[in-house]
Design a protein around this ligand. Structure first.
Ligand SMILES: Cc1ncc(COP(=O)(O)O)c(C=O)c1O
Length: 474
């Protein structure tokens, strides 16, 4: 396959076109394959979009079309595409030691990375358990919480709490923690003991709290206390929260929310897990977003931006208190992954963190994030744009049928608007981002942290054109 010669057809080694081979052999994740099935077979006959190259904040498809990567792939490519420093770090590590597990052994890249991460975490979150991704980190956190309480004389503490519509991954435990009914039902029965509380979507706050964000935050946090009381404090092990909840469309924490949550967790001895799979590594403006919102969790889970996606890696980072029982006797955390802390991924992560620091990307996000938001807020004059929310380089635009009443679209309208029109139209207009209907319909944006004013304007202009057309269609 050649990416440089436009006359060369893009085929697999057997001569099949990439899109045909993708349609016939590749099983997409969370993908409706009927879209790509031939019309004769009852499908929609669309071509699988094949992305062949990336450079900076741009990606190119197999036909040579260029797009702005408005989602960093999947909230992942913090430093942008095509960074040779990261490719070279991978090659160097693969030559030196391509693979070795962390099962009773260690290797320099994982050791170095663990120490580096411990330096970024608040307080004494010093113990790093590597995974291959975010869902595995969440899974590991629930298992650690259970084993920790068994070891410390509170064996009944096994339940977990998380927020409605939140996404925490797809392994069975993580999926139980996930709060999106549509992606859970087909896999039931899931792991029992996972309960949900309201999320912090202020735009949809109960009427009596709609004018007071602080009061709304206190109410939302107090729902957690009420649930712990109802379930029995002796049975609840952990609470999983993202600093800014992605699914549903970027719900930042109301002021005072995490401070009240921390009090509640301390009161009931419930472990606070900050699921930073998306929010860590500069997405909000710090290496760990709990620092952005000034709270200290007991566990951080992270992945994605840790290596900017150049090689898969995730981590669960626990406090000294949680590691303490594992220092003694025959006790071990009975959990592990072959590829957790993979040497190549760890080396890439270190090089990625070096780049982030050398280029001051966290500072950049802190300085320019408000301007990105201000650009997006100019879209609020479009009849279907109800709300723009988020923080740093992470925003959600909620679409509504009626701005005055905040009435949302029904399922059929949402299907027509998001899947039938917006996803395709935005892509065709040159912006790769996500139109998501796991909660109320939203457009999600999380571009590489390298972009600035020019790209904010470009992204906003594409959104204005396409959202205006969408509004006229209705
Ligand atoms: C908050 C959160 N947790 C967990 C996950 C799962 O991560 P992964 O897909 O790496 O398993 C995601 C993925 O987007 C996420 O956003």
């Amino acid at each position: 396959m050649s990416l440089t010669d436009p006359n060369q057809p893009l085929t697999t080694s057997t001569g099949t076109s990439l899109t045909d081979a993708a349609r016939d052999h590749l099983w997409g994740h969370f993908t409706r394959h009927s879209v790509y099935e031939p019309v004769e077979a009852g499908g929609k006959g669309a071509e699988v979009p094949v992305i062949v190259r990336g450079s900076g904040h741009h990606i190119w498809d197999a036909a040579g079309n260029r797009y702005i990567d408005g989602l960093s792939g999947l909230f992942t490519v913090q430093v942008g595409h095509g960074r040779t420093e990261l490719a070279q770090a991978a090659a160097k590590q693969a030559e030196q030691l391509a693979f070795f597990p962390l099962w009773s052994y260690a290797h320099p890249a994982a050791i170095e990375l663990a120490e580096r991460l411990a330096g970024y975490t608040p307080a004494d979150l010093n113990r790093v358990f590597f995974t291959s991704g975010g869902g595995e980190a969440v899974e590991a956190a629930w298992k650690l919480a259970k084993q920790y309480f068994k070891l410390t004389g509170k064996p009944e503490k096994t339940k977990v709490i998380s927020r409605s519509i939140a996404y925490h991954g797809t392994p069975h435990g993580a999926l139980s923690i996930t709060g999106i009914p549509d992606i859970k039902e087909v896999f039931e029965p899931l792991v029992p003991g996972a309960f949900k509380v309201p999320n912090t979507c202020f735009y949809r706050a109960p009427e009596e709290l709609a004018d007071d964000e602080y009061a709304f935050g206190q109410w939302a946090a107090n729902q957690i206390a009420e649930l712990i009381e109802a379930e029995g404090p002796d049975t609840v092990a952990a609470l999983f929260l993202e600093p800014v909840q992605n699914s549903g469309g970027c719900f930042p924490p109301p002021p005072g929310y995490f401070q009240r949550v921390r009090e509640i967790c301390d009161q009931y001895d419930v472990l606070l897990v900050s699921d930073e799979t998306i929010c860590a590594f500069g997405r909000i403006g710090s290496m760990f977003a709990c620092n952005d919102f000034d709270y200290v969790p007991d566990i951080i889970t992270c992945a994605k931006g840790l290596s900017s996606g150049y090689s898969p890696i995730g981590a669960m980072i626990a406090s000294e208190r949680l590691f303490e029982p594992f220092r003694h006797g025959t006790t071990a955390f009975a959990h592990g992954y072959t590829f957790g802390g993979h040497p190549v991924s760890a080396a890439v992560a270190l090089a990625n963190l070096d780049l982030m620091e050398a280029e001051g990307l966290n500072q950049r996000v802190k300085e320019l994030g408000p301007s990105f938001k201000a650009h997006l807020e100019t879209l609020l004059d479009i009849p279907i744009v109800g709300d723009v929310r988020g923080a740093g380089y992470f925003y959600g635009i909620e679409l509504v049928k009626d701005k005055a009443t905040r009435e949302t679209f029904n399922e059929e309208e949402s299907e027509k608007l998001l899947r039938g029109f917006l996803s395709k139209a935005l892509y065709e207009a040159g912006l790769y981002c996500r139109a998501d209907d796991r909660g109320d319909p939203v457009i999600q944006l999380a571009p590489p942290l390298t972009i600035g004013e020019e790209e904010f304007a470009e992204i906003t202009a594409i959104l204005r054109k396409v959202l205006t057309e969408a509004a006229e269609l209705l």
